[in-house]
Each structure stands twice: as structure tokens, then as C-alpha cells.
Design a protein around this ligand. Structure first.
Ligand code: R5P
Length: 268
């Protein structure tokens, strides 16, 4: 791997721990104004210092994020669909590599929909991006999107992650599932997990703990952070699991202390 690509990857997956807490706020690219992201710049401002990387689209980056901030950017570069359609898999590449470089990104991200009607097209998008990224030293994060008819089990996710890695992804983002260690074992590049729909904070911390303790290098978490009533406490707690080796129980205790202080501060 060349120096530029290694350097960009080291900005995302921290060499000190080999782990990563990525904050995902790219949901609007097909969902529109997702709850908590109506004003994304305001949402992420207090969170950025706890994020190893920020995953978002070009439009939100340009319009909402201070160019003076230093958190590495993972730019979503696939899209072209919306929640108004039943089939979300009909994606294309939405940003040129030249524009991604102009935006000084650390990586680009693309969804693959293995088993969908547009499997070949989305895998082609990934392969094309890997070629373009290779030319300039830009790593590609492949997101294993799961269609409604697919089951999020180790067999399916293991297949999707392995295909993404085989086509050249530097990092793969997928979902946690039972038997997750098999998904990781079959994937020759680092794996991070998405958080999924908002769940109770205690359960989201358990999810993060289970993922890293079965081989994920970290999380690329969105709604379970920015839709929490206590997003700063939540990202700090997730960070303690990913980087500091805390158990989910320890992280939950820290979360409650932080959230309690936030409540006390707000009512003082
Ligand atoms: C989905 O396609 C997007 O890439 C999101 O960034 C991803 O689902 C992670 O966010 P969440 O933790 O909210 O699932």
C-alpha cells in the first residue's frame, strides 16, 4: 500500500489502538432530513472532537462543516435513490475522485447491495472507485447495504463483506449479527459496524462492545449517537469501549454519569 493511502487510513483507524469511532451523518442522501440531522452542522459541532472520522455527503460537508476543523472526512460518494422508491439499490457514483481530493477527504464510501437487482451495478461502483482511489491513494469504505428481503445473518454479511474486500475495499462497514466473528474472520480488511436504528443507549453500548470483542475495529455509528438525548455522553461512552477497552457495563456507568451532569448543567 502506498504512503498516501496508509496515511489517510491512519487518520481514520488510529494507529495507537488500531481502532476507530466514526460518526455517520450521511443518512440524508436517501432519507432527506433525518431526525437529529435537520441542521447537521449544529448536531455534530459538540461531537467532532470525540470522532476519529466523520462520514457524510459532499453537500453537507460544504455547507455545514467548518473547513478549519481537523476530523478526517469519509465522503459518501454513492447515491441516486430515495426512500420514495421500494428499491434503494439502484445507486451510481455521485462524486468524482477529483472533487473528493479537492475536499481533502481521508476516504470515500460506497454502498454495495449484494443479492439485489442491482448487485452487479453496485459492485461495479465499488470496483470503479477502488481503481480511481488507487490512482490517488484514497481508500474506499464499502458499506454492505441490506435490502428488505435479505437476512442480516453471518452467512449473508460474511458473503457481502468478503466480496467487498475482494474487489478492493480498504475497510468494510456492515451490521453486527450473531456469529459476527465468522464475518470478521472471512474478511481480509478491517470491519466496522453501523449502529442501525435508534435503540436504548444501554443496548447500543452492548452492541458496540459485542462488535469490537468479536473482531470489529470499531463503529461507524449514527442514529444511536446523534438521536440520543445525550449525544456527547453517548459518543464518549462508545469511545471508551472502542479505544479504552471498557466493558459495556463500564461504558454505561460512564454514560449515566455524563448524562446526569448534562441534565444537572441544563437545569442549574
Ligand atoms: C446508511 O446507508 C448510512 O451509510 C449510515 O451512515 C449508516 O447506516 C450508519 O448509521 P447508523 O448507525 O445510523 O445505522
Amino acid at each position: 500500500m502506498d504512503w498516501g493511502m496508509q496515511n489517510r487510513l491512519a487518520g481514520i483507524i488510529k494507529p495507537a489502538t488500531g481502532r476507530c469511532v466514526m460518526l455517520a451523518i450521511d443518512h440524508g442522501y436517501f432519507q432527506g432530513p433525518t431526525t437529529g440531522l435537520e441542521r447537521p452542522g449544529e448536531t455534530v459541532a459538540p461531537l467532532l472532537k470525540y470522532a476519529d472520522a466523520l462520514m457524510l455527503t459532499r453537500g453537507v460537508l460544504r455547507s455545514q462543516i467548518d473547513p478549519g476543523q481537523r476530523t478526517p472526512i469519509v465522503l459518501r460518494v454513492s447515491g441516486g435513490t430515495s426512500v420514495l422508491k421500494d428499491d434503494l439499490s439502484d445507486e451510481e457514483i455521485t462524486v468524482s475522485m477529483e472533487d473528493a481530493l479537492r475536499l481533502n477527504v481521508a476516504a470515500v464510501a460506497v454502498s454495495v447491495f449484494v443479492g439485489s437487482d442491482h448487485e452487479k451495478q453496485t459492485l461495479g461502483n465499488l470496483a470503479t472507485l477502488c481503481d480511481r482511489g488507487q490512482k490517488y491513494g484514497v481508500p474506499v469504505l464499502a458499506v454492505t447495504a441490506v435490502g428488505k428481503s435479505m437476512t442480516r445473518d453471518a452467512r449473508y454479511l460474511g458473503l457481502a463483506c468478503r466480496i467487498a474486500a475482494e474487489l478492493g475495499a480498504s475497510v468494510v462497514k456492515t451490521y453486527y449479527c450473531e456469529g459476527f466473528e465468522k464475518v470478521v474472520a472471512g474478511c481480509p480488511v478491517p470491519v466496522v459496524i453501523a449502529g442501525g436504528k435508534k435503540i436504548d443507549e444501554r443496548d447500543a453500548l452492548k452492541l458496540a462492545y459485542n462488535a469490537v470483542s468479536t473482531g470489529a475495529v470499531g463503529v461507524d455509528m449514527g442514529r444511536n449517537i446523534f438521536q440520543s438525548k445525550w449525544p456527547v455522553a453517548m459518543i464518549r461512552a462508545v469511545r471508551s469501549i472502542v479505544h479504552d477497552g471498557c466493558s459495556d457495563e463500564q461504558a454505561w456507568e460512564a454514560f449515566q454519569r455524563d448524562a446526569g451532569k448534562a441534565v444537572a448543567g441544563a437545569t442549574a
